[in-house]
Design a protein around this ligand. Structure first.
Ligand SMILES: [Zn+2]
Length: 297
């Protein structure tokens, strides 16, 4: 084929994509999407704001995250606006290493806490490289800090203090807890915190009332205490969980969620879970329901 023909073909393909992109956008004006990916035992939550800002909270335990992102992002899009590492444990960290190798990341939010876990040294090297070579901004999480992506706000509720360079006993309790607000809708991402941190959040009278709760620590019985669930008063609880030897999610937690009448979604049973918000109403799409969209009341 001649060079000019190649160029024209390339142009046509490109203009098709622009048209498709525009149609998709027009069909869903002002919609926030929150994806809880089925990545096995671990967390990986991908958020796309109405203005197409992309945020990834944790990467799960493996490079499966790359396949998941491929399905949600156009193939030419190789950058993410923000990645968040809730805490440096393998089931949250490992996938982010693969993400940092494939994508350009504009902002990296984490606690800076030190944990001698496999992959941690590589994490430190990769984020330093992303900062020096690509100009990424590294933000140390602390309660009160807010990330604003046009009309969507992500506010940090935990940890209370700057943990940069510190070593702690209970790394789960250092998890970044964040509160995503879009219009009337709100989501709470709780990492792997235990009931100790939950209690503190309740006692400090933080604005806890949410539509969607990402259940802490994959449904561990040492999290999701009654006092916390009552205060959060979520409509939907999402448990990010896969095959594991810890008994997650535990009967205790499932019973407590049921007691408060909270609808439970699980990535091990529902597959990838997608929740849409227009700022007032929520809609749900899961792999298990063959991607049928249902309105949540
Ligand atoms: Zn975990």
């Amino acid at each position: 084929m001649k060079k000019s023909a190649l160029f024209i073909l390339g142009f046509l393909v490109l203009s098709n994509f622009i048209a498709l992109g525009a149609v998709f956008y027009l069909e869903q004006p002002g919609v926030l999407e929150v994806n809880f990916f089925d990545v096995g035992q671990g967390d990986a939550i991908f958020i796309e704001t109405p203005k197409k800002h992309q945020i990834l909270i944790d990467g799960g335990p493996s490079s499966v995250i790359l396949e998941k992102l491929n399905k949600e992002m156009p193939f030419w899009d190789r950058s993410l606006d923000l990645i968040i590492l809730s805490h440096p444990e393998k089931d949250h960290l490992t996938g982010l290493l693969a993400v940092l190798k494939r994508y350009k990341v504009e902002n990296i939010l984490w606690t800076g806490v030190i944990k001698e876990t496999s992959g941690f040294g590589e994490w430190q090297d990769l984020i330093e490289k992303e900062k020096t070579k690509e100009g990424a901004k590294i933000i140390i999480a602390e309660a009160g800090k807010k990330v604003s992506a046009s009309e969507v706000i992500l506010e940090i509720l935990n940890p209370l203090e700057n943990l940069e360079g510190k070593t702690v006993k209970e790394v789960n309790d250092t998890s970044i807890v964040s509160h995503l607000i879009f219009g009337e809708n709100s989501f709470l991402f709780s990492g792997d915190i235990s009931d100790k941190v939950e209690k503190r959040l309740v006692l400090n009278d933080l604005p806890l009332k949410f539509d969607v709760l990402k259940v802490a620590h994959h449904g561990s019985k040492y999290s999701s205490s009654e006092i916390f669930l009552e205060k959060v008063s979520a409509k939907i609880a999402v448990i990010c969980v896969g095959k594991n030897s810890y008994g997650h999610p535990t009967e205790e937690v499932l019973t407590r969620l049921e007691k408060f009448g909270i609808k439970v979604l699980r990535t091990d049973q529902d597959g990838d879970i997608k929740i849409f918000s227009d700022g007032e109403n929520l809609k749900l799409k899961t792999q298990s329901q063959k991607s049928k969209v249902t309105v949540l009341n």
